[in-house]
Design a protein around this ligand. Structure first.
Ligand code: TIU
Length: 221
C-alpha cells in the first residue's frame, strides 16, 4: 500500500498495483491555437503550460508499472456520434466538423484531434476516443478498468471543470477512489479550476482527493 500524506482533504491510502492513470484530452484541439478550444474563444496558453507536469506524471506512472489510459474528445467524420445540440450550441468561430488549420475540428483522425506529441501514447497503451465530456459515456472504459482490476484512478488533463470533472464524478459513482493531480490539470478559467478542486475535496472528499504531481509520483514507487 502507498500513503499519500499530503493529499487533500486527508491522506489517501491506495495500492499502486490496482491504480491506473487517466490523462484526459491533452489534444492539439484544446491546447494549440486554431483548435476547438480557441474556436470557443479561449486563451489556450494556460493549458499548454501543464504539458511538462503531465509528462512527468505519465513518466512516473510508466516507471511504476501503473497503466496509462489516454482519452480524446472527438467525433466520427460523418458526425453521427455528435448530438446536433452540441454542434450548434453558441457561436464559435469554427464548429465541430468544420475545416480549420489543424484539419476538421474535433474529428477523429484529424491532426487537431491527436494528443500533443510530448504526451503521446506508447504502443500498447489504451487510447479512448469519446464523443462526450465524460470518458465512460459511449466508450469501453468501464470494461477496460474491470479487466485491469483497477480500484484507484489518478486523473490529469483538460479541462478541469469540463471533461476531467465529468469523468471523475462518474468514476466516483462507479466506486473508484479518485485522485486529481492538481498541477497536471488546467482550465481556461482559473476560477473554475480553483472551484472544481474545492468541490472535489469538500464534504470529506465527496468526489475524491487532490494532490501535487511530485508527491503522487513519489508515492507510486
Ligand atoms: N471547453 C472546455 O472547457 N472543454 C471541452 O470542451 N472539452 C474538454 O474539457 N476536454
Amino acid at each position: 500500500m502507498a500513503e499519500l500524506a499530503g493529499a487533500l482533504p486527508f491522506p489517501l491510502r491506495f495500492d499502486p498495483a490496482s491504480t491506473a492513470l487517466i490523462v484526459i484530452d491533452m489534444q492539439r484541439d484544446f491546447v494549440e491555437p486554431g483548435g476547438f478550444g480557441a474556436a470557443l474563444g479561449n486563451d489556450v496558453t494556460l493549458l499548454q503550460a501543464i504539458i511538462p507536469t503531465v509528462a512527468a506524471l505519465i513518466a512516473g506512472a510508466r516507471a511504476a508499472g501503473v497503466p496509462v489510459i489516454h482519452t480524446r474528445e472527438c467525433h466520427l467524420p460523418d458526425l453521427s456520434d455528435c448530438p446536433p445540440a452540441k454542434r450548434l450550441r453558441g457561436a464559435p468561430a469554427l464548429r465541430i466538423g468544420d475545416p480549420g488549420p489543424m484539419g476538421r475540428i474535433l474529428i477523429a483522425g484529424e491532426p487537431g484531434a491527436e494528443i500533443v506529441p510530448e504526451l503521446a501514447a506508447l504502443p500498447g497503451e489504451v487510447v479512448i476516443d469519446k464523443p462526450g465530456k465524460g470518458a465512460f459515456y459511449a466508450t469501453p472504459l468501464s470494461e477496460i478498468l474491470a479487466g485491469l482490476g483497477t480500484k484507484t484512478l489518478i486523473f490529469a488533463g483538460v479541462t478541469t471543470e469540463v471533461c476531467v470533472q465529468t469523468t471523475m464524478r462518474e468514476a466516483n459513482d462507479r466506486g473508484f477512489d479518485c485522485l486529481l493531480a492538481e498541477d497536471a490539470t488546467e482550465s481556461y478559467f482559473p476560477a473554475f479550476k480553483a472551484a472544481a478542486l474545492e468541490m472535489i475535496r469538500a464534504q470529506g472528499a465527496i468526489v475524491g482527493w487532490t494532490a501535487r504531481t511530485a508527491e503522487i509520483v513519489e508515492a507510486l514507487h
